[in-house]
Design a protein around this ligand. Structure first.
Ligand code: TA6
Length: 342
């Protein structure tokens, strides 16, 4: 089904009940995707960036800084920024490339991309380099991005990047879906469960990541030195900035307080970056609240260790699907409430 909304520059067709192009409070165009019940997602054409994803209770699942700047050329601090054609800061490109700092348009006639017929709420975007972009990254490309909201409220992003160079030159790039998840409190909480009065053992932490145990990673806080992660789920007590290499296709973020688990499924994206700035870095960022680090966690499916190389005419596809499921498990430990009710 072609994208139901119009391009940012052309009059939009009749809005569909599932996808509508509107003007956001910041004055930026955005597409609102409406799923069943109160599920929704919003995609800002500036940056091609998902800026909101809500569950069927209308709860916001992604983190957006209260100090985010919705004004080009600054990248919006939250949601799912697209990092292309580079992840990180090297060479003459700005950090994380320029795709998140450009205006995307709606692609009303994308090349066919199989879609579950149950999915009605989706939009196809496209980005091509401007003359200015070609001066800083001299490669022609077509970057097509489909954002879809499934009937169960799951969110998926599918990127298709094609080398359209006419001079026969290949190009290489790194990539990440810089996903900001909203969490109750990132800090490891060690307490004693009122449900288990006889236990002197510390109870499960508030937020943990499962699926990256024992994986090798590059630590951005230690000159990108390579280490191996320990064997337990990851918990958080200080700044973290790690690129996990050849990570599994499924990663879980368990928020014990909210009884919610985010399940990430990635394709074409071998690595996963985990980032929380913690207190010092939070204070140093003008578009991030001093204590907002407590309520966010970035887990970014990515291709970082080995850049992707495309010959002219070749196309790469990278997909991220995220679901938010009620969870009463934390590393296999049953939720005390459930046990008590059992
Ligand atoms: O996780 C990698 C990283 O580069 C961090 O070092 C931090 O800078 C984060 O991404 C956010 O980058 P940004 O350019 O969006 O401020």
């Amino acid at each position: 089904m072609a994208s139901p909304a119009g391009t940012a520059t052309s009059p939009s067709p009749q809005p569909s009940p599932f996808a509508e192009l509107v003007k956001g409070p910041s004055g930026l165009d955005k597409v609102v995707l409406r799923g069943l019940r109160n599920c929704s997602a919003e995609v800002c054409l500036y940056g091609g960036q998902v800026t909101s994803w809500k569950n069927d209770h209308g709860e916001e699942l992604l983190f957006m800084s209260s100090k985010a700047i919705f004004k080009p050329p600054k990248a919006i601090r939250g949601g799912i920024p697209i990092c292309f054609p580079q992840f990180g800061a090297h060479g003459n490109l700005e950090q994380h490339g320029f795709a998140r700092n450009r205006f995307w348009t709606i692609d009303n006639n994308p090349p066919p991309l199989p879609l579950n017929p149950a999915i009605k709420a989706f939009v196809d975007l496209i980005l091509k380099p401007s003359e200015e972009d070609l001066k800083i990254w001299p490669h022609s490309f077509e970057f097509r991005l489909r954002i879809a909201l499934g009937p169960g409220g799951d969110l998926s992003l599918t990127s298709r990047i094609r080398n359209t160079n006419t001079d026969g030159r290949p190009f290489s790039y790194t990539f990440a879906y810089h996903t900001y998840f909203s969490v109750s409190d990132i800090r490891q909480v060690v307490g004693f469960s009122p449900f288990n009065l006889f236990s002197a053992l510390p109870q499960p932490c508030e937020v943990r990541v499962e699926g990256l145990e024992t994986m090798d990673y590059l630590d951005n806080l230690k000159a990108k030195e390579r280490f191996t992660e320990q064997g337990d789920a990851i918990v958080f007590e200080s700044e973290i900035d790690k690129v996990y290499l050849s990570a599994p296709s499924k990663i879980a973020i368990i928020d014990h307080e909210k009884k919610r688990t985010f399940v990430l499924t990635k394709e074409g994206l071998p690595d996963a970056v985990v980032w929380n700035p913690w207190d010092k870095k939070a204070k140093a960022m003008q578009d991030f609240g001093d204590v907002e680090y407590k309520h966010m966690l970035c887990v970014k499916p990515a291709a970082v260790e080995r850049p992707i190389t495309l010959k002219p005419g070749e196309e790469w596809k990278g997909r991220l699907a995220i679901s938010a499921v009620p969870s009463s498990y934390c590393s296999g430990q049953l939720d005390p409430l459930k046990v008590l009710q059992g």
